[in-house]
Design a protein around this ligand. Structure first.
Ligand SMILES: NC(=O)C1=CN([C@@H]2O[C@H](COP(=O)(O)OP(=O)(O)OC[C@H]3O[C@@H](n4cnc5c(N)ncnc54)[C@H](O)[C@@H]3O)[C@@H](O)[C@H]2O)C=CC1
Ligand SMILES: Nc1nc(O)c(N)c(N[C@@H]2O[C@H](COP(=O)(O)O)[C@@H](O)[C@H]2O)n1
Length: 227
């Protein structure tokens, strides 16, 4: 399965403000590019922190792109995936609008009544627990792959993106950098988690493009390196 991470940050690498509310960083050209990436994916994943903060829909916005997917024998929208150790995704979240399949990837400690609530709104629950109670991403992604997901787009947030780098699961990164500063030590960044200290994922910069008032950076992911 190919894993493509896409995110938008300020110049200082923040995904949002310290209030952790959804913030428009991309402009119209970048949002259109994101929609194209969505249309090319089999599934779109976010962490539950993003669901609780943003209540995203994760659908393909442009109608013609949905029509093309249907003509190609695919569902109109990619499946939606939430990485959610304890099943905190609200059953009335926007991504349960009935337009797409939803997978919730959980750990082993998720309360049964919350899992049942999610199943009742149509979610497929895939349990893949790790020792620390979080989702074991390599085995959860194997399960997604077995369910037919060949191309997974990940839209954030920072905790999930760090774990994906930590587990060596990222193939490509598209990063839109808006031309402003957010600041704040509590504001989420592109890669939060515990951070790397000795070896670091090495990225190969394959494209740089000016878009809206910012810049789009495209990377392929190589090995980890010592610095
Ligand atoms: N500008 C952008 O492109 C985007 C911005 N955001 C922003 O990011 C913030 C949310 O990001 P975060 O708080 O970092 O939450 P997140 O969306 O990365 O979710 C993290 C949560 O996922 C769960 N999880 C389960 N297993 C995990 C694992 N193995 N590794 C990591 N997480 C695991 C945990 O409950 C963890 O707290 C919001 O402020 C949102 O607005 C989110 C997406 C894109
Ligand atoms: N690419 C990008 N640019 C921004 O400026 C953003 N704030 C985000 N956020 C991501 O998009 C999701 C919202 O999706 P819907 O419009 O509800 O379908 C949000 O949850 C973030 O993952 N992305």
């Amino acid at each position: 399965m190919d894993v493509v991470v896409n995110a938008a940050t300020s110049v200082d690498g923040k995904l949002s403000t310290r209030c952790r509310e959804q913030l428009r960083i991309s402009g119209p050209e970048d949002f259109d590019r994101v929609d194209r990436l969505r249309a090319a994916a089999d599934a779109i994943a976010v962490g539950v922190g993003t669901v609780l903060a943003d209540d995203p829909n994760l659908g393909v916005k442009e109608e013609q792109r949905r029509v093309t997917r249907l003509q190609n024998g695919r569902p109109a929208h990619p499946a939606r995936v939430v990485v959610d150790s304890r099943a905190r995704t609200p059953p009335d979240a926007e991504l349960f609008d009935g337009d797409a399949s939803v997978y919730v990837l959980t750990g082993t400690d998720a309360p049964e009544e919350r899992l049942e609530g999610l199943r009742q709104v149509g979610a497929t629950v895939l349990e893949a627990g790790s020792d620390d109670g979080r989702v074991d991403l390599p085995s959860a992604f194997d399960a997604l792959s077995a369910a037919g997901v060949d191309r997974l787009m990940v839209e954030g947030g920072g905790e999930l993106i760090f774990s994906l780098f930590d587990d060596g699961l990222v193939d490509e990164l598209s990063l839109y950098v808006g031309s402003f500063v957010i600041g704040g030590r509590e504001a989420p960044t592109l890669a939060d988690g515990k951070g790397f200290t000795e070896t670091f994922p090495e990225l190969e910069l394959v494209d740089v493009k000016r878009l809206d008032d910012g810049v789009l950076l495209t990377y392929e992911i190589g090995d980890t390196v010592c610095r």
